[in-house]
Design a protein around this ligand. Structure first.
Ligand SMILES: Cc1cc2nc3c(=O)[nH]c(=O)nc-3n(C[C@H](O)[C@H](O)[C@H](O)COP(=O)(O)O)c2cc1C
Length: 187
């Protein structure tokens, strides 16, 4: 697959359609080499990745459930169980966050978050190139201080998403994409 074919072929797969096989730990490291190619002002390398697979996804589900209860003590049992089940949808979940350098003289926080987002996107493209499927999701857990703390982040850090990874159960319809001409001005 050439580079443009790869970029133009990537699309997300709903987490519930993702099954094994997933990249092994060694392959993950190889795929993350693409993430290390993200543009990065000040070479801060703000990106951090936590791969959660198998039984450990239950730990993440419990974190989501407990955090929901702390956020909303009136949450219904069904809502709490739904939150608990979220990481079980795909066989591998990659938490991605930006370890923020505060008060950096040249690199504002937004740039550190953008660089981490670019690293996540490079990972999505590398997964696609490697024959895997994935989807980037956030939702309330990404902005929940209890979730962040349970994953080892500090309050200053930014959890940018949970990339759900696997192999699509079956072929996915190809999504129509916007016409770039509608998004471009040329001066
Ligand atoms: C930062 C970010 C957060 C996202 N969060 C969610 C989410 O919580 N749930 C969801 O279904 N899609 C979410 N998406 C969108 C999907 O990742 C995906 O881009 C969308 O379904 C469109 O599919 P495509 O990647 O094939 O264009 C998010 C995307 C980004 C960039």
């Amino acid at each position: 697959m050439d580079a443009m074919e790869c970029l133009l072929g990537r699309q997300s797969t709903p987490a519930a359609n993702l099954v094994e096989p997933t990249p092994c730990d060694e392959e993950i490291l190889e795929l993350l080499r693409a993430a290390m190619r993200a543009p990065d002002h000040g070479a801060l390398r703000p990106w951090r990745f936590l791969a959660i697979r198998g039984e450990r996804r239950k730990v993440l589900g419990d974190i989501f459930a407990d955090s929901l209860v702390k956020r909303d003590p009136d949450a219904k049992v069904e809502e709490v169980e739904k939150a608990r089940g979220k990481p079980q949808r795909a066989p591998l979940v990659m938490a991605v966050w930006a370890e923020i350098t505060v008060n950096h003289p040249k690199v504002p926080i937004v740039e550190q978050v953008i660089a981490t987002g670019a690293a996540a996107q490079n990972l999505l493209n590398a997964l696609h190139a490697g024959g895997y499927q994935a989807i980037w999701v956030t939702g309330a857990p990404c902005y929940d201080e209890n979730v962040k703390c349970s994953l080892g982040l500090e309050p200053k850090d930014a959890l940018v998403g949970f990339i759900h990874i696997g192999t699509a159960k079956g072929p996915m319809p190809i999504k129509k994409r916007p016409n770039p001409a509608e998004y471009l001005q040329i001066w």
